[in-house]
Design a protein around this ligand. Sequence first.
Ligand code: PHE
Length: 446
Amino acid sequence: MPVSTPPAAREKWSSKLGFTLAAIGSAVGLGNMWRFPYKTADAGGAAFVVLYLGMTALVGIPLMLAEMTVGRGSGKSPIEALTHFGGKAWGRVGYVYILAGTIILGFYSVVAGWTARYAIEIAVSGLPADPAGHFEAIAFGDMALVWHLGFMLLTTVVVSGGIRGGIEKASLVLMPVLAALVLGLAAYAATLEGSEAGYAYYLGVDFSKVLSLEVLVEAAGQAFFSLSLGMGAILTYSSYLSDDHHLPNESLIISIADFGVAFFAGLVVFPLLFAFGLQAQAQEGLGTLFVALPVAFEEMGGFGRVLGAGFFLALAVGALTSTISLLEVVVSSAVDNLGWNRPRAAWTAALVIFLIGAPAAFSGAYLGLMDAFAGEFLLVIGGLMLSLFVGWAMDDPIGEVSKGTSGIKWFFAWRFLLRFVVPAVLVLVLVFSVQKLAAQIAGFFG
Ligand code: PHE
């Protein structure tokens, strides 16, 4: 028999800001600082940004609000929350969330480990002399495993401290640090000679590229991953909220902040690359971050080392606040469903996740497969199920979401989006992600 904690015993955020910053922390991560800039540059610049904002408004915000509604309304972690409103059958969707969170955290922590290693290495011993060779040497192997372990340990220490004593405290410190780093780096990048070409490349409008189904799907998928939707992270954080929070405002603030960091990350990356003649590498994804940027920092001389350490520190901080939320989904479920205490749940879950992620520290193919399966496929399934649940099956979502507001007239539009628009877009995204997954699997075994 699952034992559930009575609602009265559940912890609550101690302040409004604490929840908001923790949720922004979940959203802002590697997806913003690495994927968003190069996807934008690749897919039509400013036009892609507009498309991305459209997808955030039509798909992202409605779904985030749905997660918040189910989380706050039930005061429970995903399985119990969905069971509370929808019965046993819907409750099973919660298992998909836990699976997604487990796998995503497994590989995400490996990449996060690289960023932490870069930040510390650059601060302590300077920039690598041969960035390409260095990245190749450290990305996979025993040391990657050690940094993955370190990142998991850090995450677990925070999560086992609980909502107020762990997650909220960490977010109140880390999020302002992250904002200062990203803004400072963008401001410095603007002073570099030759930076205009970077802005032009990043934000030059190319409508011909945006008018394809594929780019639309890219924008939707990116919005989805970046807002931490589809695996119960926002749902779980919202389960520690009280009824006086204005959920639509929260979802708006979180989405704007998430977009802001992504956008500013591009204002750091592209001016740097172009100012140092590294534009050829602007589209290489991971390579841009770990190989081309260190070259640019090196060219800058002494101050480059400070900037480089700051840049990778920002990445590591963003990643940490995301891994915290990923682990929290699994931990709060273990607390609610198995009746474990928090430290036991946190350390056990972390051990399992560390082991699941361990092969990704040795193989890029395995890492890519985990990403395609959980980061693109499972998330979309999870989001689709939730939109169908809140759109069609849940009893009175509008009554639930309007608590803490003065009753908003356009809530019916929210339900309309959840019923028709969100599922339609997500089915499209799903078709593409299944194809990608099939290609990854073929590549893995081929
Ligand atoms: N939103 C995070 C990012 O952009 C990743 C994430 C996905 C975190 C899902 C939690 C849940 O990097």
